[in-house]
Structure formats: C-alpha cells, structure tokens
Write a protein that binds this ligand. Structure first.
Ligand SMILES: NC(=O)c1ccc[n+]([C@@H]2O[C@H](COP(=O)([O-])OP(=O)(O)OC[C@H]3O[C@@H](n4cnc5c(N)ncnc54)[C@H](O)[C@@H]3O)[C@@H](O)[C@H]2O)c1
Length: 249
C-alpha cells in the first residue's frame, strides 16, 4: 500500500531521542525527508549519522532547537524549509518528566515540564500552521503519554500530557477545514536505552508486565508505528484522536 509519504517533509522535535529516532526511521523508509530538531545538538547529529548509516540516500537535516523558545523554533523551522522544503508533517515529540510529589516539587520543575511539553508544542504548531493552511495539507501528531491519566509524583508531567490532548482536539477543530489532521499518541512504558539504564529497571519492568495484557514492554518502534498510521494515507480521515500504545492497558 502506498503510504503517501514519498517526498513529504517532516519535522520531529526531540529527534535526537529514542522515540524520535524510531519515528524518523519509519518516515525515511516511506520516502519522507526528516528534520531532527533537538535542544541536544550532539544527539540530533548522532541520530542523523545512525539513520544515514542504514539509509545512505535518505534526506536528513539535524539542527539545534529549543522548543521553549519561540525564536529558536522560528529559526529552526525556516532552516528546515531552506534545506528540505515546506513542512508537511510535524511530530511534537520532545519532552521529559521531572518527578516529585506535589508538596515537594520545585516551581521550576513544574514550569520546565509545562514550558516544554505544552508551550513548546504550541510554538511548533504555530510555526508550521500558516504554510500547511496555505497548501491545504498538514499532519500533526502530539506525543502525549499514558501518564495523562495521572501518576503519583507526576502532577507536572500528567497535567502537561493531558493538556496536550486538549490542544490536539481544539486544534483539530480549527485546522480541519484546511485538510490538516491533528492527533495524539499516548505510550505506556517504553523500553528506551535511558529506561534500561535505570537502577530500578527490573522493578519497573516487572510492575509494568504485571499490568499489561500483552506479554512484553513497549518498544520505540511500537510508538513510531502509531505515528506513521496518523501521518500516512491510512490516517487521511482521522483527526482529534489519541492512540494508546500501551499493550492493552
Ligand atoms: N519513554 C517512555 O516510556 C515514554 C512514555 C510515554 C511518553 N513518552 C514521551 O515520548 C517523547 C520522547 O521520549 P523518549 O523516551 O524518546 O525520550 P528521550 O529523552 O530519549 O528524547 C527526548 C528528546 O527531547 C529533547 N528535548 C528535551 N527538551 C527539549 C527542548 N526544549 N527542545 C527541543 N528538544 C528537547 C531531548 O534532548 C531528547 O533528545 C517524550 O515526549 C516523552 O514524554 C515517553
């Protein structure tokens, strides 16, 4: 089946990270050009080199971008368009958690999670929307998390990831008339290298397996496949949805 992605240009924020890299892999396999935008320039460049090692003819652009900074997003978007052409697809994937029980949480840890997950997504959407609206085609996917349902120690992260679902639904309604779909993906625990390196990984794995109907942890590729579904021709008439990638939880 033709996924309709050949020649499309995709921005992936947090493209130097584990899930971002897997998303890039699948989009490249379908013939898209990808821009890996990340606050960690080295990670973005390493991801680019690793992807090129597997697909030497792929078109990949890597660039520093801090999505909390509107000017940085504008510059990185303009640089992407100069290098690859107009942006058709935006994957708002950059994000992280700063866990602490609410009464002990520092204001800064609340702010940095919300500024990145929620406001960063707002900045990125606003940078690409005018072009998508003009060309009457766009695909936006926001990386939420199963944590949107609420986890102890994650009032900042859970509220930001839940907020992303509201943003997704509201923007889907605003942008639909321009043939722009806006969807979200909500992964459960995903076995990234960072997670596997944690001292308590065995405990986390056992707890997650006990709660998950499917008999394994989620992989970055599982998340990437959900993203691919939304941005490919399979998702052409699907908007304002959230796909849980949780193994049935
Ligand atoms: N790994 C999981 O279990 C899991 C589960 C649910 C949701 N998620 C979400 O998936 C996304 C990717 O997670 P991951 O596991 O690949 O993490 P990761 O740490 O490997 O990748 C995240 C990337 O985002 C980048 N980033 C952070 N702040 C940024 C900023 N201000 N501007 C630009 N880039 C920035 C980081 O440098 C990093 O490369 C995140 O939004 C995360 O919340 C992950």
């Amino acid at each position: 089946m033709d996924m309709g992605l050949s020649g499309r240009v995709a921005i992936i924020t947090g493209g130097g990270g584990a899930i971002g890299r897997s998303i890039a892999r699948l989009l490249i396999d379908e013939g898209a050009s990808v821009a890996l935008l990340d606050i960690n320039t080295e990670a973005a460049e390493q991801a680019k080199q690793a992807l090129l090692a597997d697909s030497p003819t792929a078109t990949i652009f890597a660039r520093a971008c801090d999505i909390t900074d509107k000017a940085s997003v504008a510059e990185a978007t303009a640089a992407t368009e100069t290098a690859l052409g107009p942006v058709d697809i935006l994957i708002n994937n950059a994000g992280f958690s700063r866990d602490m029980y609410m009464l002990k949480m520092q204001d800064e840890d609340w702010d940095v999670v919300h500024d990145t997950v929620l406001k960063g997504t707002f900045h990125c959407c606003r940078a690409v929307l005018p072009g998508m609206m003009e060309r009457k085609w766009g695909r936006i996917v926001n990386m939420s998390s199963m944590a949107h349902l609420g986890n102890k120690g994650q009032t900042n992260y859970s509220s930001a990831k839940a907020g992303l679902l509201g943003l997704t639904n509201a923007l889907a309604r605003e942008a639909g008339a321009f043939n722009i779909t806006v969807n979200a993906v909500a992964p459960g625990l995903i076995a990234t290298p960072r997670l596997r390196a944690r001292k308590d990984f065995d405990k986390l794995e056992a707890r997650s397996l006990a709660l998950t109907p499917l008999p394994r942890l989620g992989l970055t590729e599982d998340v990437a496949k959900a993203v691919l579904f939304f941005v490919s021709s399979m998702g052409d008439f699907i908007s304002a949805q959230c796909m849980n990638v949780t193994g049935g939880r």
